[in-house]
Design a protein around this ligand. Sequence first.
Ligand SMILES: NC(=O)c1ccc[n+]([C@@H]2O[C@H](COP(=O)([O-])OP(=O)(O)OC[C@H]3O[C@@H](n4cnc5c(N)ncnc54)[C@H](OP(=O)(O)O)[C@@H]3O)[C@@H](O)[C@H]2O)c1
Length: 259
Amino acid sequence: MGKVLIITGGNKGIGQGICEAYKNNGYQVFSISRSQLLADSSQNVNYIQFDLQQTKDVTAVLEEILMGLPKREMDSITLINNAATTGPIRRFEETSSADIEKVISLNVVAPLMLTSGFIQYTKGWNCRRHIINISSGAAINPLAGISTYCVSKAAIDMLTKSIALEQAGNSGNFKIISVYPGLVDTDMQRDIRTSNSTHFPEVKTFREFKRNGDLAGKYDVGNEIYHIDHNVLVTNGSILDLDVYRYSTQKLHAVPSIT
Ligand SMILES: NC(=O)c1ccc[n+]([C@@H]2O[C@H](COP(=O)([O-])OP(=O)(O)OC[C@H]3O[C@@H](n4cnc5c(N)ncnc54)[C@H](OP(=O)(O)O)[C@@H]3O)[C@@H](O)[C@H]2O)c1
């Protein structure tokens, strides 16, 4: 078992596309989500059923996975913080405290804990250690109706930047980056499209994205994220927009980071 991916939300949407790409490239995959992907009988994917909003047990779940790995035989280990939710789509003053807490638990607290636990536990491992935070353009472009989500993605980008700085002096085998996947055809996009304009003023635009075929496929995006993870030109602390990355690697052979 030389190559391992640990991912949150690998059973659906973009996470499923990412799992497929890593699996096809010889990775052993551990996916944490509330439900399992029953259709996948692959030996290379382990689905761990866990609600990441139960933050007090998040580190224990990660440690159980890491404890089972033969650290001396490892070539590469990647943690991808992918699972997230918009929460109920509505104006902020109509959002309950419980819903704010749920979004922040899943989108921020769980990735923070997994990142901390991952760095601590794998310290001294003589293999490539990468963390990818799946962020969003919503980190820098505010959207009315999903304020807590926007806040959570800005927080994830700051996690990437501050941890990159903290780990910069350590061995070259560590890297943390954020990726904005762009518009991808998943349940999250469906939920946004089926909201109403009172709660989400931009809903028409998102319906048009779907109508115009502007949404990328989850497997294509999964492959692209796999390639970003293995692209040596991508530096520690990069914040990458997949739309820009796609264009620039085709046309410019360079990797522009947002910051
Ligand atoms: N789709 C887009 O256009 C788009 C654009 C920008 C950024 N993103 C980002 O891309 C990532 C994936 O989004 P997506 O569109 O693939 O979303 P999705 O289709 O809604 O999938 C969300 C994933 O998170 C898991 N999840 C949700 N709540 C969970 C919980 N409490 N505990 C554990 N797992 C949980 C889900 O599995 P279970 O339901 O089984 O738990 C599922 O695997 C997110 O970070 C999102 O912000 C997406």
